[in-house]
Ligand binder design. Structure first.
Ligand code: HEM
Length: 237
């Protein structure tokens, strides 16, 4: 009995640790990478001779940063239960931010000088980001709370690609010291693909293990109980 209680407590502690890490990384990356764009500057060299490129990055980065910061709080059950109105308001701001950031990103992706393989990764992200946001909105309008949760997990994992992309970039730049033939353009492209695919896999693993598997096990158990319970005499199946 006590081992069950302990393991639950440990699991809770783990969840809070992971949530804290997620929130700190989200706020840190948004603060460091987005703030320069609010003051006419940038953290990476931007070719300002490309028409509309810098402006599209500003229109993209500001709402994307906001979505990144709002996300973690929306997943805290106690906050949702105690302040349901705040959850709804922040949820709307989050979704509008995602749509604005995704539309601006589709222009940045069209004109970026960083090459076709990177553009493909960005367009896949844009489509998945918009589709999962639309599904999250549609499901909650129909009061399908569990489905809404699943689509929001998928959507925020894509938002979080902004964090993992920059972590992989940091790692890749270190690798360039070890592998001299490695070019920044290749590191950038592979980081974008790794963040897209890696984050999608993590989201699906979480959804299947934490949300769908317990439901499937519960269903199997209830099916077994029905099969094992004595049937009324004379009722053949
Ligand atoms: C997940 C969907 C996202 C997509 C499809 C996307 C797409 C893009 C694209 C196409 C660019 C231009 C890159 C280039 O030309 O090299 C860009 C840059 C940028 N994005 Fe995103 N982005 C996404 C999420 C985010 C989020 C959540 C943030 C919040 C921090 C963010 C912040 C930025 C910033 C600050 C830049 C300017 C480049 C830099 O300073 O690193 N993006 N994004």
């Amino acid at each position: 009995m006590s081992t069950v209680v302990m393991s639950r407590a440990t699991r809770r502690r783990w969840w809070w640790f992971l949530w804290g890490l997620l929130a700190v990384l989200a706020i840190g990356i948004a603060a460091y990478f987005v703030t320069p764009y609010l003051t006419g500057s940038s953290t990476v060299p931007i070719d300002r001779s490309i028409p509309g490129y810098y402006v599209s990055l500003v229109i993209h980065a500001a709402p994307a940063g906001l979505a990144l910061i709002i996300g973690p709080w929306q997943f805290v059950p106690r906050l949702r239960a105690r302040f349901p109105r705040l959850h709804r308001v922040l949820g709307r701001v989050y979704l509008v931010s995602v749509v604005a950031a995704a539309l601006a990103a589709s222009y940045s992706a069209a004109v970026t000088p960083s090459g076709f393989p990177l553009q493909v990764a960005f367009y896949m992200l844009v489509v998945a980001w918009l589709y999962s946001a639309a599904q999250a909105y549609r499901t909650i309008r129909r009061r399908e709370v569990q489905l809404h949760r699943i689509w929001m997990i998928r959507n925020y994992t894509l938002t979080f690609a902004a964090v993992t992309l920059r972590l992989y970039l940091l790692l890749g730049v270190q690798l360039m010291n070890v592998i001299p033939s490695l070019e920044y353009r290749d590191v950038y492209t592979s980081s974008a693909w790794a963040s897209l695919l890696g984050n999608v896999l993590v989201a699906e693993y979480f959804i299947i293990q934490r949300m769908l598997a317990p439901l499937a096990r519960g269903k199997r158990r209830s099916d077994a109980t029905v099969a094992e319970s004595p049937q009324p005499v004379g009722q053949d199946h």
